[in-house]
Design a protein around this ligand. Structure first.
Ligand code: SF4
Length: 494
C-alpha cells in the first residue's frame, strides 16, 4: 500500500486531492479519508498522477465529485462528509455492558475466564452496584444508550436486569434519551414468566447458536442439562411465535443469534449457514475466537491461525452471497459493517471496528463487583488475573474521571489509524479498526505491529475481498445485494 506521491511517476501533487491507493483485480482502487472510492485502469491512473488526464476525460467529474482532484473540489462539502463519517467522536459511550453475575450453568469450551459455577453467589452483582451503574451511564452525553446484559449467564440474576430496565426508564423521564436494553442469554434458565416480562419491556434478545446440534453441544457443554441445542431452539421458537402473536414485525422482532467459531466449526460451515437460513435469521456474524487466555491443550483442540479462519470465512461469505443471488436474504455481520462504511455516507459506529476503537469512548463494561473497564475484553483480561485495563469503580469514580482516564486515552491513541505506522498509508483506513487489548495480550503493548496483527489480516482480507467482488460486478447485482446489507430499520423508540 502506497500513498499517491509515488517516486517513479511524474506527479502533479498540486492537482491531486489527498487519497491512498492499492491494486485490486488488476485495477487501481483510490480511497480517501471520507470513505469515497473509485476504480481506475492503470493508464488512467498514470495520467491522473502525472497531471495529463485530458480535461474532457469522462473520469473527471467522478474524480472531482469524490474529492480526488483539487480542481473544482468543494472543500466544505468534503469536510461535512468527514464530519458525518466521524460523527461518533465526541458522542460518548452508548454501549454499557453489564455483567450481572459470573455464574453459569454451561461450560463452553471457549469461555475460559468469564464464568463461575452456580454455587458461587459471591460473583453476583448487588442492587446497589446496579443502581450506581445506571447513575453513571446516564451521564454519557450520547443521546442513545444501550444496556447490554452479559455474564456468566445474566438471567441467573434476572432481578438485576429488571431493576436496571425499570430504574433507567424512571431516570430517563428527565434525561429523554433513546434507550435500548439487550439481553445476551444461553436460554438455559428461561421460563414463560421471564419471557413475557422481556417481551412486555421490549428487551432485545440475542442467544448463542454455534451450529447444528452436534457442533453446538460440543462447543457449549451443559452438564446434566440435556441438549443445549434443543433448549436454544425451543426458546427461539417460543419467542419468535410470541412476537408474531403480539403483532410485531418479524423482520424487526426476533431472537438474534451469535456464533463462535472453533476448529470443529470448519467441518460444518455449510450446515451452519443453512441452519441460520432455515431459522429465518437474517444475520450471521462469523466471528473468530478471542485468541488469548487459553491453556495450550484447549487451544490445540479448538484454536486455529488467522489464515485458517479466513479460509473458512471466505467459504462462508461466498456461499452467503450465492444464497443471496438465489433470493435468500441473509447477510454476514462483519462484511455488513465494512459495507456500511464503503457504501453509505455514515459510519455504523460498531465499537470494535472504528477509528479510534470504542473502548471507553463508545462503550463501558461494568463487572459484577463494580469495577469498570473501557470494554468487555478489558474485563476478561482482568478475569484472567491482569487488571491492566481497570479504570474505576462504581462506588468511587465520577463519569468525567472514567471518560478522561489515561487508559481510555492510550487505547484511543493506539487505535487511531491515521497516525499508526503501517496503517497511515493503507487504503483500508476509512473502513478498518484495530484492537489495542488484543495487541496487549498477544504482544505486550497496546500498539502492536501491523504485519503481525491477526485483526489486520482479518480486516485487510475482508475489505479486499469485498472490493474484488465490486470490481467484477459488471451488472450491478452484487452491489445491489451489498446495499441491501447496509439497510438498518429502527425497531422502536422507547
Ligand atoms: S490494521 Fe491493517 S488493514 Fe487495517 S488500516 Fe491498518 S494496515 Fe490497513
Amino acid at each position: 500500500m502506497r500513498v499517491a506521491t509515488a517516486q517513479r511517476l511524474p506527479v502533479k501533487p498540486d492537482e491531486l486531492g489527498f487519497f491512498r491507493y492499492t491494486d485490486i483485480a488488476g485495477r487501481k482502487l483510490l480511497v480517501n479519508d471520507v470513505g469515497e472510492w473509485m476504480f481506475l485502469d492503470e493508464p488512467d491512473f498514470k495520467s491522473l498522477v502525472a497531471g495529463t488526464l485530458p480535461h474532457d476525460s469522462p473520469l473527471r467529474s467522478g474524480l472531482v465529485e469524490r474529492g480526488f482532484l483539487r480542481d473544482g473540489l468543494d472543500l466544505n462539502a468534503l469536510a461535512e462528509r468527514l464530519g458525518r463519517k466521524r460523527g461518533f467522536i465526541g458522542l460518548g459511550p452508548h454501549l454499557h455492558v453489564v455483567i450481572t453475575t459470573l455464574r453459569c450453568n454451561q461450560s463452553c469450551k471457549y469461555c475460559h475466564a468469564s464464568r463461575t459455577d452456580m454455587d458461587r453467589v459471591d460473583t453476583d452483582m448487588t442492587l446497589d452496584t446496579a443502581k450506581r451503574i445506571v447513575d453513571l451511564a446516564m451521564q454519557s452525553n450520547n443521546p442513545y444508550l444501550c444496556f447490554e446484559y452479559q455474564g456468566g449467564e445474566p438471567t441467573v440474576r434476572a432481578d438485576i436486569i429488571k431493576f436496571i430496565v425499570e430504574y433507567s426508564r424512571e431516570k430517563n423521564r428527565y434525561e429523554n434519551k433513546l434507550l435500548d436494553h439487550s439481553l445476551v442469554t444461553n436460554m438455559t434458565l428461561m421460563n414463560e414468566e421471564l419471557g413475557e416480562w422481556l417481551l412486555a419491556n421490549n428487551v432485545l434478545l440475542c442467544t448463542s447458536l454455534d451450529g447444528p446440534e452436534e457442533l453446538h453441544n460440543f462447543n457449549r457443554g451443559w452438564v446434566g442439562g440435556g441438549s443445549a441445542y434443543a433448549h436454544v431452539r425451543k426458546w427461539m421458537e417460543w419467542f419468535n411465535r410470541r412476537y408474531v402473536e403480539l403483532g410485531r414485525d418479524p423482520e424487526l422482532w426476533h431472537v438474534d443469534a451469535l456464533m463462535t467459531t472453533t476448529r470443529k466449526t470448519f467441518d460444518h460451515w455449510k450446515e451452519l449457514i443453512d441452519l441460520y437460513v432455515s431459522l429465518g435469521l437474517r444475520n450471521i456474524h462469523i466471528r473468530p475466537l478471542n485468541p488469548f487466555g487459553f491453556a495450550n491443550k484447549t487451544w490445540r483442540a479448538i484454536g486455529y491461525s488467522m489464515d485458517e479462519f479466513m479460509d473458512f470465512y471466505m467459504r462462508c461469505l461466498d456461499y452467503i452471497l450465492e444464497l443471496n443471488q438465489q433470493g435468500v436474504q441473509i447477510m454476514e455481520g462483519t462484511a455488513a459493517t465494512f459495507l456500511k462504511k464503503m457504501l453509505t455516507p455514515v459510519d455504523p459506529n460498531f465499537v470494535d471496528i472504528r477509528s479510534p476503537v470504542g473502548a471507553g469512548t463508545g462503550q463501558m463494561a461494568y463487572n459484577f463487583d463494580g469495577r469498570i473497564f473501557p470494554n468487555d475484553e478489558g474485563r476478561m483480561v482482568a478475569a484472567a488475573g491482569d487488571p491492566f485495563f481497570a479504570i474505576g469503580d462504581v462506588r468511587t469514580s465520577t463519569w468525567p474521571e472514567l471518560v478522561n482516564h489515561p487508559t481510555v486515552k492510550a487505547m484511543a491513541t493506539a487505535s487511531f489509524l491515521d497516525a499508526l505506522p503501517g496503517c497511515e498509508t493503507c487504503f483500508n483506513v476509512p473502513f478498518c479498526g484495530v484492537r489495542p487489548e488484543h495487541n496487549y495480550m498477544l504482544g505486550g503493548d497496546l500498539f502492536g505491529q501491523r504485519p503481525n496483527m491477526p485483526k489486520c489480516k482479518q480486516h485487510m482480507t475482508i475489505s479486499r475481498h469485498l472490493f474484488e467482488k465490486l470490481a467484477h460486478d459488471t451488472d450491478g447485482r452484487v452491489e445491489s445485494i451489498f446495499r441491501r446489507w447496509t439497510i438498518q430499520r429502527p425497531r422502536l423508540e422507547t
